[in-house]
Design a protein around this ligand. Structure first.
Ligand code: MN
Length: 131
């Protein structure tokens, strides 16, 4: 049986090309459909068009930062339900992350061996939640 996350769509929002490539490479073999956006405005456009199952959100982004993008996503009924994971070099306090609308925080630089498991865990947790 395939793991439940296979076929899920993940939007990776990251302006740094090296990091973006790394996320793609690390997640590629895990059965996800992967989309990318390189700035805040593109993130909003892709999220609205594709309605991904999960968004991985860098916080420092050109045009609109990750907090502002997430706030806008949460304000729109179409995208409010999409879980957003903050990718940040600075560990966020749990309350700060929650207030900002993030489901979870993953600290950069990522541990490439642990990262796919972290994403799987988030999908497992979300499965237990009512939609
Ligand atoms: Mn950045």
């Amino acid at each position: 049986m395939q793991p439940p996350q296979v076929g899920k769509t993940i939007l990776i929002v990251e302006d740094n090309p090296v990091n973006r490539k790394l996320f793609l490479v690390v997640l590629r073999r895990h059965g996800y459909r992967l989309l990318t956006a390189v700035d805040g405005e593109e993130a909003l456009a892709v999220a609205a068009r594709e309605l991904p199952d999960l968004i991985l959100m860098d916080l420092q982004l050109p045009k609109l930062n990750g907090y502002a993008v997430t706030q806008r996503l949460k304000e729109s009924p179409d995208t409010a339900g999409i879980p957003v994971v903050a990718l940040t070099a600075h560990a966020l306090q749990d309350d700060q992350a929650q207030q900002s609308g993030f489901t979870e925080t993953i600290t950069k630089p990522i541990d490439t061996r642990a990262f796919p498991g972290q994403i799987d865990d988030i999908f497992q947790k979300l499965r237990g939640k009512p939609a």
